[in-house]
Design a protein around this ligand. Sequence first.
Ligand SMILES: [Zn+2]
Ligand SMILES: [Zn+2]
Length: 396
Amino acid sequence: MSYDETDFQIFTLFTDPDNWSKEKLMELLCRDMPNEEHVNAYCHISSSALVIKPEDVRSTLGDLESLPREILHKTLEELSFASIEIFSRTCRAARLLVDKVMAYRELIRFIPKILTIFSDTRLMQYHSVADVRQELHFRYCRSCGDVGTYLFLPTCERVCLTCLNFNQAYWCLPQSQVSQAFALPDNVVETLPVQIISQSSYRSTEEWPELDTTQYQLVAVKSALQVAINWHGSQAKVQEEGNLISPDKFADSSATECEEGALFRYLREAKLGPLAHNPSLDPPPTRTLVHHEFHGLASIWIPFMPHRGTIPEKLYFCGGCQNIVKRFDPNISDRVLGQMDIDPGMPFQEIRRRLLGKAWKARTWDEMVEHIRSECSGGRGMMFEEKMAAFGAVAG
Ligand SMILES: [Zn+2]
Ligand SMILES: [Zn+2]
């Protein structure tokens, strides 16, 4: 047997998930597992706004007492979070009634920060308990159909991490820029849901001591575009009108204006409906669109609750893929890319986008194992290194 064949056999042996305990493999390769801390990391917010003291007011529901409980519960589910909170503050009986609404209890249990988040972001009046509950029980990204693990707050839709980053419909824009970006009069812009957010509300101040504490008033691109289409009659008309007032890349504008103009053009091209596939499979935009501050925000992690289940589904991100992205160098081997079904002939930016798509894909444990077996060169590399290190430690 040649040396190469022996090497190959050792590699195969070390990187076969069957030769690993589930715990060990999980510890090595499962990253950024969405969990309760994830919510905290994204939303370091105070919960002072929602303390309810109903003792000192009347404690019957008055005329509402005559209605069947199921109808009352159904009605409360359809109210916005703002209305439900106002109602629950009217009296002790109302508070108790709200606490008994199953859908409400379920949300508080599985997304404990939902009230505080909607309150602090000023989105309470836009969504109902029924809206959020529907997303809690829906597994897939509303944008691309992959498994989704985030709730996009302004529109209350479940989306995946890739769509939050790569589908510009799920980006946000400061309210002050919406009128220029979508050719809308100020009084129309004022009707759009605005989310208040600062960097410290989604990043931990321990990890990022130099945080920008500015409070931004953000509008979702998707909401703004929808209103602009209604206002102008069609998306083509929105683009036409927008191009007239956005800084022109060919005119004598400053670099910042050109960049902003390119960004606004790109936002006006957003798709409101579902995409044909996960956007990591699209080539990146060719325009001079290098960075946009407000993408991936306006969202919190949300678990998926199967309809008849009692515990949320466990999902993982692949640390092997994340490792490849982190260590990514443009000379990554064709073999590694080939195994991951990525054409090595593609431009560097496009390869990186596809790798990110794999790193941000949420998988069940069985899907993780299958992914490691069938395509994850990054994961197998880590498994091999780990076993070799253990082997070296024993031999040494
Ligand atoms: Zn998606
Ligand atoms: Zn992987």
